[in-house]
Ligand binder design. Structure first.
Ligand SMILES: [Zn+2]
Length: 379
């Protein structure tokens, strides 16, 4: 499966889609209310089929006739979404994982609806799509491959509408190739530190945009509630956030592609994002390590690159990459450089960690790497 995303041209027609997404939000909330009431009365759960039947009946009444403005497949999809959320909740409860059932959402924050085969058609040549009865133009940024399975109409906080076409593609299986192997350590000073000295600088998008966002936040807070000016300020802020998000995504994709092109095996640490954010603060989220790992895994499939994750509890930064001595003093994050008490080698914290990650990763896939012979900076 591959998903193609296109932005719609801005036009008055888009209001129809906005209204339809609002209706989807209303139906979502109605279903949640039904679920809650049913459970309170009968201690039972409504299955998707029953709920769908009930909604079909409701549509015929005058009070709920607005539901007809949304395609029936979109309604079915909402029911499926809720069903999935409830099933996840039940299974989490069984496994004693703390979670909550799906909640009511504010209609204006409800984002999307999904259609399957019916209710829309695509004119790829002209870059136009029909949703319901109206035609919309979209920015034809690329060609669609494969057979389109579903269409999702989604709006963002700025008020632009995007279409997501999920297509079925026969992926050719790519053989894992042979070549260079590398270990990478994530850091804040440097985004990635390579075991072979290939370092990638941290982009600090958040820092660059922080001033702008700060100003826009203040602007928003000074505006009167529910005024037009406030709405405009809100959009400005949302736009700034969107720009930052896009810059980050672009950086991630470019980095991932170039790494996958260069290396046949990439070893990484399995990250514990929540713990890291608690220790380092907001910057962890702004550099988006976990998103980067996802993108790297996606690109690796295309290039036949193998990604090896080493155990989260492997003390990669504490071990000496030359002699294997474990120096617990390095646990302190403020230490950037240290000397090994056993063999005296001078280490850069991140580079040393990257070398250890490389060795652990190599042994995980059955490669035997010899620790480098004592040489160079021995005192
Ligand atoms: Zn040592």
């Amino acid at each position: 499966m591959k998903t193609f995303c296109f932005k719609l041209y801005n036009s008055d027609h888009n209001n129809t889609l906005m209204r339809q997404i609002n209706i989807a939000g209303l139906i979502f909330n109605h279903c949640i209310a039904l679920h809650k009431r049913y459970y309170r009365l009968f201690r039972k759960y409504i299955n998707a089929y029953q709920l769908m039947k009930h909604l079909t009946k409701l549509k015929r009444t005058k009070r709920f006739s607005y539901m007809n403005k949304l395609g029936s497949q979109a309604v079915q999809n909402i029911v499926e979404r809720i069903d999935r959320a409830y099933n996840l909740f039940w299974s989490n409860r069984k496994r004693k994982i703390k979670s909550s059932p799906p909640k009511f959402r504010r209609v204006k924050h409800y984002q999307s609806f999904t259609l399957k085969q019916a209710g829309w058609s695509l004119n790829e040549l002209e870059g136009r799509i029909r949703i319901g009865k109206k035609w919309y133009g979209y920015f034809k940024s690329r060609n669609i491959e494969g057979k389109v399975k579903t269409l999702t109409v989604k709006r963002d906080a700025v008020g632009d509408i995007y279409i997501y076409l999920s297509c079925e593609i026969q992926n050719k299986p790519i053989e894992p190739r042979t070549g260079k192997i590398v270990g990478f350590d994530f850091g804040l000073k440097r985004f990635l530190t390579g075991s072979d000295g290939h370092n990638i600088k941290s982009p600090y998008f958040f820092m660059l945009n922080a001033k702008q966002i700060k100003n826009k936040c203040r602007n928003l807070s000074h505006k009167q509630k529910s005024s037009h000016n406030r709405e405009r300020a809100r959009k400005e802020l949302a736009r700034a956030y969107r720009r930052m998000k896009n810059q980050r995504k672009d950086f991630h994709f470019k980095t991932a592609r170039s790494l996958c092109k260069e290396y046949a095996v990439i070893c990484l640490e399995d990250l514990n994002m929540k713990g890291m954010a608690r220790r380092y603060g907001k910057k962890v989220h702004s550099s988006g390590f976990s998103e980067f790992v996802k993108i790297l895994e996606y690109e690796a499939v295309k290039f036949g690159t193998q990604i090896v994750f080493i155990d989260r509890f492997y003390p990669s930064s504490q071990l000496c990459s030359v002699c294997g001595y474990k120096n617990s003093a390095v646990k302190d994050l403020r230490i950037c450089e240290w000397d090994c008490p056993s063999c005296g080698t001078h280490h850069d914290r991140d580079e040393n960690a990257a070398k250890n990650i490389l060795m652990a990763g190599a042994s995980a896939i059955g490669l035997e790497l010899v620790r480098p012979v004592l040489s160079g900076k021995v005192r």
